[in-house]
Design a protein around this ligand. Structure first.
Ligand code: ZN
Length: 138
């Protein structure tokens, strides 16, 4: 894995949290995107090379809604940038990590993603993400 791609933070009120993070980081949100398959609304911020992703639930069934119910607001996941998500997935699987999806799926911000169960990673949900080549976005 390469660098941390972003840190995901679960929030209850996206517009309030967005305004707060704009103030905190001193930058504007550069992208908002709904990932309907996950029932989440996302907002991305850049602070230098680092990114923060705010996540709010769209539906009650959303994993974010369940997270907020169980744990309240806070850090939801850490995402690592990978060059080859399929090979990282099989490497982790062979090492005994539990993947939450068997195939990479389309995430926010033009990424293919896979999540690793926090049960096997000291309580931290890990996201692998691979940039989708610009030519394939659409
Ligand atoms: Zn993420």
């Amino acid at each position: 894995m390469k660098k941390i791609e972003h840190i995901g933070i679960a929030v209850r009120d996206m517009s309030a949290a967005s305004a707060l993070y704009e103030q905190l980081l001193g930058v504007s949100c550069y992208k908002t995107e709904d990932v309907l398959s996950e029932g989440v609304h996302t907002a991305f911020f850049k602070a230098g090379d680092n990114k923060v992703e705010l996540l709010a639930a769209i539906t009650k069934e959303s994993p974010i809604a369940k997270f907020l119910e169980r744990k309240g607001e806070g850090i939801h996941h850490i995402a690592f940038d990978v060059d080859d998500i399929l090979s990282e997935m099989s490497r982790l699987k062979a090492a005994g990590f539990q993947l939450l999806n068997e195939q990479p799926k389309r995430g926010a911000d033009d990424k293919m993603v896979c999540f690793v169960h926090p049960k096997g990673t000291n309580g931290v949900l890990i996201e692998l993400c691979q940039q989708i080549p610009t030519a394939q976005i659409g």
